[in-house]
Design a protein around this ligand. Structure first.
Ligand code: S3P
Length: 173
């Protein structure tokens, strides 16, 4: 079974940008789990949340992740921010034999980025800018217990996509 590189971390930490860059550089396929779900379901993430609800989304997210992990091909997969935080998904990831890397961003970095990009994120789009930092701080605190189980952690604050991808590349096996 070909090994995969799985990128996880909070919304806005750069999973997709780093994953896409790294995969292209290494000449291996890149899959963004959110985009994969959107294609399979024929709906955008916001529409899926609005029409079918978060529980449906989480079930499908897990199902499509399984499908990707079963493919016998090398690939870089960027997960959704919540993917490892439900059910036993984090255990499944760490036990899968693939490389699992947490892209670690500070609250300040996340707030700066997500202020500009919250519209297509159903969990954030209804928050006022003044409430965003408080929300992210609490949410990240809850989710860190999952993210921190990743065997590899890479800091992303004030670093370019290229520099982050170069550090992550050492975990491609
Ligand atoms: C989510 C993160 C999103 C997307 C959905 C839910 C989350 O992915 O899966 O909006 O629960 O953190 P990104 O981390 O790629 O924004």
């Amino acid at each position: 079974m070909e090994k995969k590189l799985l990128l996880l971390g909070y919304m806005g930490c750069g999973k997709s940008a780093v994953g896409r860059f790294l995969a292209e550089k290494q000449g291996i396929p890149f899959v963004d789990l959110d985009a994969f779900i959107e294609k399979k379901e024929g709906l955008g993430i916001s529409e899926l949340f609005a029409l079918k609800g978060e529980i449906y989304f989480r079930r499908k997210e897990r199902e499509y992740l399984d499908e990707l992990l079963k493919q016998d091909a090398p690939m870089v997969i960027s997960l959704g921010g919540g993917t490892p935080c439900f059910g036993d998904t984090m255990q499944m990831l760490t036990g899968s034999g693939n490389s699992v890397v947490f892209l670690k961003a500070s609250v300040q970095t996340l707030v700066e980025r997500l202020e500009k990009e919250k519209e297509h994120r159903p969990l954030l789009k209804n928050l006022q800018t003044v409430d965003l930092e408080e929300f992210i701080r609490k949410h990240l605190f809850e989710r860190n217990q999952f993210y921190m189980q990743a065997p590899h952690k890479v800091a992303v604050d004030d670093r370019s996509v290229e520099a982050i991808a170069e550090e992550v590349a050492q975990y491609l096996v």
